[in-house]
Design a protein around this ligand. Structure first.
Ligand code: BG6
Length: 488
């Protein structure tokens, strides 16, 4: 599959049209990101941001809503009255119930010669309807772009359905499937670390690397999103997309260029090389968890089943840990451990690459354990640390692990943009490299579906873990069995 990207003309006016313009994502992420892009002069001249929603608001009521629900998400001292007033002038609101009516109201606002980017931040069940109606209203032309927010389907079949529906009107080069993890600074930096240096490449393979861990731990619980989350679960919400994308960047071969298809071809190869799970593997190599009452941030917090809108007998997983393999020469027999969960001890996302120990313990006072690790911390702080053995000062030859710390914060004085800001600017400029192509998305579902189906078939309840911990004990056992342990 190829996608010949058309480069948009950023000197033309742009209409960014947000479906789901009153939703949580628009308020917490999209509008603050667009404000930042406006503040830093990264939006084309005469940009308009047209939000749509079902609420019977006029423009002023919408602006008041944005003021109340979005403004506080502009952080880091970036808020200024003047820039905010300028930003609000870009906003329009159109009341539309896409399930009930056509998009004539939107079409009436269209400007000849303007570029259009449609951001579909609604439930994916509406994507097909929206695309049909955009086409009926004559709003899709070769300059239009569409941004699809995850989750893109809930299995392979529904993902194909959405892709077909969108593909009826938009070329692959016009489709931006967003995974905001690909917009994170450290995730993009991982590509530079791997492919902008030559010293790591000879080591970046089996048997030099003995295991890879990818953790995305969240301290928050399900909050007010149970309606969505309970029918989704951690596998569909996090593993199928964010964690697999991280795995791809760790495991991919060097691409021939940074062109979208060159990068995405390599990620696709990784997804297609992921070992498929059988029922026996699922029972042995995956762990599902669900948080129960516990203490988080010094406060007693509810268990998942006590959260509002969660059915009392829900068996949705809020935690997943698993072991998988990338069956290629480079990664032969190297386990990849993935772990994600809500209500874990603290917010912490990291990738840990463990290297083989020296083949012979030369120093008699060598402590056990792993000598060398590369730890890439994605959040809350960004850091890249290479753990090496060093000699403890003194008369003996006692070793101790010390970290060579790539201090990115002090190396660069520039502001670090949030993932959504960076990705929205990519949409504006027509850069597809950090978005998922259709075949990538479908390959990720092809791998994830048998696991989800297998869990259903096995019929086991998720393992309980107390809120504020690192997940169920079974997750530790998964690694211990192979002689590894999670690096917290
Ligand atoms: C979203 C998930 O995609 O990612 C959420 O739907 C999750 O459940 C969020 O909380 C995590 O993103 P981040 O950037 O805060 O790690």
């Amino acid at each position: 599959m190829t996608s010949t990207a058309q480069t948009p003309d950023t000197s033309l006016p742009l209409d960014m049209i947000i479906f789901g313009g009153m939703g949580d994502l628009a308020m917490r992420k999209l509008l603050p990101a667009l404000y930042m892009a406006h503040l830093h002069g990264n939006l084309p001249p005469a940009t308009r941001i047209i939000s749509t929603g079902r609420q019977d608001f006029d423009r002023n009521a919408y602006l008041a809503f944005v003021e109340e629900h979005s403004r506080s998400f502009i952080t880091g001292g970036a808020f200024t009255d003047e820039a905010w007033r300028g930003f609000l002038q870009l906003l329009e609101y159109v009341r539309i119930d896409v399930q009930q009516e056509g998009l004539d109201a939107l079409a009436r606002l269209s400007r000849p010669g303007a570029e259009r980017a449609f951001y579909l931040a609604t439930a994916p069940s509406l994507f097909t309807t929206i695309c049909d109606k955009l086409a009926q209203a004559g709003l899709v032309d070769r300059n239009a772009r569409v941004v699809l927010e995850k989750p893109l389907g809930r299995d392979l079949a529904s993902a194909i359905e959405i892709n077909e529906a969108v593909g009826k009107y938009f070329e692959e080069s016009q489709i931006y499937r967003i995974d905001h993890y690909l917009g994170k600074e450290t995730v993009q930096n991982l590509m530079v670390l791997r492919f902008g240096n030559s010293i790591l490449e000879p080591l970046w393979r089996a048997p030099n690397i003995t295991s890879v861990q990818i953790t995305v731990a969240e301290e928050v619980g399900v909050g007010s999103r149970a309606g969505f989350y309970d029918s989704t679960g951690a596998m569909r919400d996090m593993v199928q997309n964010h964690l697999l994308q991280l795995l791809c960047i760790v495991a991919m071969e060097p691409p021939a260029s940074l062109a979208p298809d060159a990068v995405r071809d390599e990620k696709l190869k990784v997804l297609r090389s992921l070992r498929r799970f059988s029922l026996a593997n699922i029972a042995r190599d995956t762990v599902r968890g669900q948080y129960v009452r516990g203490v988080s941030g010094n406060q007693e917090v509810k268990g998942y089943l006590e959260e509002s809108n969660v059915p009392a007998d829900s068996s949705t997983e809020t935690f997943v840990a698993l072991r998988t393999y990338v069956d290629t020469w480079r990664w032969s027999k190297v386990p990849f451990y993935l772990r994600t969960g809500k209500r874990m001890q603290r917010r912490s996302s990291k990738i840990v690459i463990e290297f083989a120990n020296p083949p012979f313990p030369l120093f008699p006072e060598t402590p056990g354990g792993v000598a060398n690790r590369l730890v890439i911390e994605l959040q809350p702080e960004e850091a890249i640390k290479l753990q090496l053995m060093a000699k403890q000062p003194g008369s003996g030859m006692q070793m101790q692990q010390v970290a060579l710390n790539l201090d990115l914060q002090s190396a660069f004085s520039q502001r670090r943009a949030e993932a959504y800001e960076r990705l929205l600017i990519d949409v504006v400029r027509g850069r597809l490299t950090h978005f998922m192509r259709r075949d990538e998305l479908e390959a990720a579902w092809e791998w994830a579906d048998p696991i989800i189906d297998g869990w259903r078939e096995l019929g086991e309840k998720p393992n309980a873990y107390a809120a504020g911990t690192w997940g169920p004990p079974e997750s530790f056992a998964l690694l211990a069995r192979d002689g590894f342990s999670w690096v917290e």
